[in-house]
Design a protein. Structure first.
Length: 797
């Protein structure tokens, strides 16, 4: 047992770089998976490579996800568990499992995970009963994040626990006393979003191409594991590449191999003897190929690792000429994957001693070991054979270089600024003469963006955005932020390859335009024209345009040249007030023209400012402020601002919730209900007569706005009700009173005030409490939201 433990902890996990070949984003030719049948409780473990293990240690956690089908399970001896368990730790283990005997998910700590008595060594912190069916595929996820453990089933959290000790050193998968199929394994970051499948993926595999357990070089499966052809098809793994700050790109000066022939050799004579290996990275885009095409790295005495175009796979094998040896005896690992022509990828090879790994866009998809990998000459040779390709961002690094994060001990990054026949970099990379078909393409390193504005005679202003020198980008995003006082009249998007999608404007991020090209990139294009209406007010308005280009769905650095333009304000003349600043947006309300008066109350967080900070921070005529402080239950002060003019604007307000009075009727609209039909709502002003159906429609809108208010905002409304009620010295009239019941008196204290509104609101929200007959304000025999709306109106009428 001690020997088995040592073996396990020396290899330790990588579940997902998995299995001699790890395939990302392809549908398996056959649905290969791993089958385990454990009858002793001690032979079901599996563990992976040091790369994943080091990741778990550095991140203090990780997430293990896999598909599993239960064929059978048995009842072990007393004290042992029949279970699918995952461990993380060293001398103590954070422990999560599905226990067949209990029919429950469990999470806790253990000190002996293959013990004679697991019951005594396992401390359960949380459990949840759940019955898993046999012969049914499930997705299980085990997340270890510091001292927190969460177990998911098909994206749903089943059990969570906080353990006392944090020992996220290893991950171990351990089905015991059961027969299961395991497929589509992924190792992800500790904060990976399991439900939405979003976040960093260290490695993944669907076992395609695996023919025997012994051929699984980066995963240590016990002999009880066998290959099965009954796996679960999955195509989503390719969408789970990590969020990377560095994306593959070919721009600026780059190397182009124009011929589909020749050997295309580049040799690095750097001596890596003292560093036990190397890392080679290049961004490559292939647009032509012929039979026998490959790109690869030669290492050791006579081995190569790279991509085999003829067989659509990554391969590690001995070298035959300038290509791969495809015979089984000379092949150490294969990962089926279809690369697309004309798409830029980041290709990397790492050698650490006798371990060689291939990475694509920062994810390791194939790894193999052989004792002779680290023998022979200590230099590498780069092959681009029988293909036409563009190459950029070449990095030569020592073996501790982090391919995923693009950080670490690199020798140098190769640039292609020289024009001689031999292109020599200071790190020792010698690229063959132009006779091999290499040439340097000179390009612009940074696309440019032109932003201008044109003022129209009617007081509007148009902002135009144009691109130039933008080869290689397959998508970009424009984010346009503009002054709150402006409104958008129209948006015209140019007809460009691939089409454009536009996200609806909001006040926080008004416009986002996403453009996806057809792969050719955008060279020169007028992308966008936005026309703004500029109301009377300040002298100028700012419009900021930010541009973010994308390659393979990965955001690049924001393009320099996107800037701020100032839109001149045209003189506009308003006859009567026809709008109001409402939640940071200028809203036109025609019905307000007929109102005798209106007031706007803006409730906002003070943000440590005093009253005096706002006294002179307004614009517009007849703008009057008053302040009513109160301490809300969320621990923040609020200030109420009262304005009598639609052009009144108070500076420094963040995320306001507005309350509008018009002829004594209160209307609210949190930002979540920006689609409320204002014209319909405000047609109630001036006491006009309406049919019952219209009134019910308005009540529904008011109910939604009322229900969306936070407790703090609701408390502010009650303050306003009471103050308004006091200032008008309004007293309920006989019209509001029935002989024995005071309508609106919900709590039975003999008066109708904000306390009744609060009580009825809580009652309708589901709280258990007694209310009086007066709650039925409209006397229809039912207490509902209609009564609540009528009582609120009564208080301000």
């Amino acid at each position: 047992m001690e020997d088995k433990m040592k073996k396990l902890l020396s290899v330790i996990l990588s579940i997902a770089m998995l299995v001699g070949s790890c395939v990302i984003g392809t549908s398996a030719a056959n649905d290969t998976c791993i089958r385990l049948s454990d009858t002793t409780g001690t032979s079901g473990y599996s563990a992976g490579s040091d790369d994943v293990n080091n990741y778990i240690i550095e991140q203090n956690g990780g997430t293990l996800i896999f598909d599993v089908m239960i064929e059978s399970y048995s009842t072990p001896a007393t004290g042992l568990f029949s279970q699918i368990a995952v461990f993380s730790g060293d001398t103590n283990f954070n422990y999560a499992a599905y226990n067949f005997g209990k029919g429950a998910f469990t999470a806790g700590e253990g000190t002996n995970w293959v013990a004679e008595n697991q019951t005594d060594s396992f401390k359960c912190y949380a459990s949840r009963d759940y019955k898993l069916e046999k012969n049914t595929w499930y997705e299980m996820a085990f997340q270890f994040n510091g001292n927190e453990i969460i177990v998911y089933l098909d994206g749903t959290p089943m059990v969570a626990a906080n353990v006392d000790k944090v020992e996220n050193k290893y991950l171990i998968l351990y089905p015991q006393f059961c027969t299961v199929l395991i497929d589509n394994v992924r190792v992800c970051g500790k904060d990976y979003n399991v439900r939405d499948r979003y976040g960093d993926v260290v490695a993944a595999t669907d076992f395609t191409g695996v023919t025997s357990v012994s051929g699984v070089s980066i995963w240590d499966f016990d002999s009880t594991y066998t290959i099965s052809q009954n796996g679960r098809p999955m195509t989503e793994i390719g969408d789970m590449l990590p969020n990377r700050t560095v994306a593959p790109s070919i721009s600026g000066d780059y190397l182009q191999y124009k011929e589909s022939g020749g050997n295309g050799v580049a040799t690095l004579s750097r001596d890596f003897t003292n560093y036990s290996g190397f890392v080679y990275v290049e961004d490559i885009c292939v647009d032509r190929k012929s039979v026998g095409a490959n790109f690869s790295v030669r290492f050791g005495s006579n081995y190569i690792a790279g991509y085999d175009w003829d067989n659509s796979c990554f391969r590690i094998s001995t070298r035959s000429g300038y290509g791969f040896s495809t015979a089984d005896a000379y092949t150490f690992g294969v990962a089926e994957y279809t690369l697309e022509m004309g798409v830029t990828y980041e290709f990397a090879v790492r050698q650490v001693g006798n371990l060689v790994s291939i990475y694509l866009n920062g994810v390791m998809i194939l790894s193999a070991t052989n004792d002779s990998f680290d023998t022979g000459y200590n230099s590498i040779q780069i092959n681009h054979y029988r293909l036409g390709a563009s190459i950029d961002n070449v990095i030569i690094a020592y073996s501790d270089y982090d391919v995923k994060e693009a950080t670490g001990n690199s020798l140098n990054k190769l640039t292609f600024g020289e024009t001689t026949d031999y292109l020599n970099d200071v790190c020792g990379l010698n690229i063959g003469t132009t006779g091999y078909g290499y040439s340097v393409v000179k390009g612009s390193t940074t696309p440019t963006v032109t932003v201008d504005s044109v003022e129209a005679a009617d007081g509007s202003a148009t902002v135009g955005v144009a691109f130039s020198n933008c080869p290689g980008y397959d998508a970009f995003e424009l984010s346009i932020a503009y002054d709150d006082a402006m409104t958008i009249s129209s948006v015209n998007v140019a007809d460009i390859p691939g089409g454009v999608s536009m996200v609806s404007p909001t006040t926080s991020n008004p416009i986002v335009v996403a453009c996806v090209t057809d792969g050719t990139g955008v060279t020169n294009a007028d992308i966008l024209d936005i026309t703004f209406s500029v109301p009377e007010g300040q002298a100028e308005y700012d419009v900021t345009v930010t541009v973010t280009p994308y390659i393979n769905d990965v955001p690049m650095t924001v393009i320099s040249g996107a800037g701020t333009v100032t839109v001149p304000r045209a003189a506009l003349t308003y006859g009567k007030p026809d709008g109001v600043f409402f939640d940071g947006e200028y809203v036109i309300w025609n019905a307000m023209l007929d109102a005798d008066y209106y007031e706007v109350y803006v409730v906002y967080t003070r943000n440590n400012k005093e009253r005096e900070d706002f006294i002179d921070s307004t614009s517009g005529t007849d703008c009057e402020l008053f302040f009513e402080d109160y301490y809300s239950n969320d621990g923040e002060y609020k200030i109420v601002v009262k304005a009598f003019d639609p052009d009144c604007e108070v500076m420094g307000i963040s995320d306001p919730v507005s309350i509008i009075y018009a002829d004594g009727i209160i209307y609210t609209s949190p930002s979540d209900y920006a689609d409320v039909l204002y014209d319909q709502l405000l047609d109630l002003i001036d006491g006009r007569e309406y049919s019952e159906s219209n009134q019910e429609t308005v009540d529904s809108i008011l109910d939604e706005a009322y229900d969306a208010l936070s407790d703090a905002d609701y408390a502010t409304m009650l303050e306003l009700y009471d103050q308004y009620y006091t200032e008008l010295d309004a007293v309920p009239t006989g019209d509001d009173v029935v002989v024995t019941v005071l309508l609106g008196d919900v709590n039975g204290d003999g008066i109708v005030n904000s306390a009744d509104v609060t009580l009825l609101g809580r009652k309708l929200s589901g709280a258990t409490m007694e209310i009086c007959e007066g709650a039925d304000y409209n006397e229809d025999g039912a207490v509902n939201s209609t009564d609540l709306v009528l009582i609120r109106r009564h208080l301000v009428s």
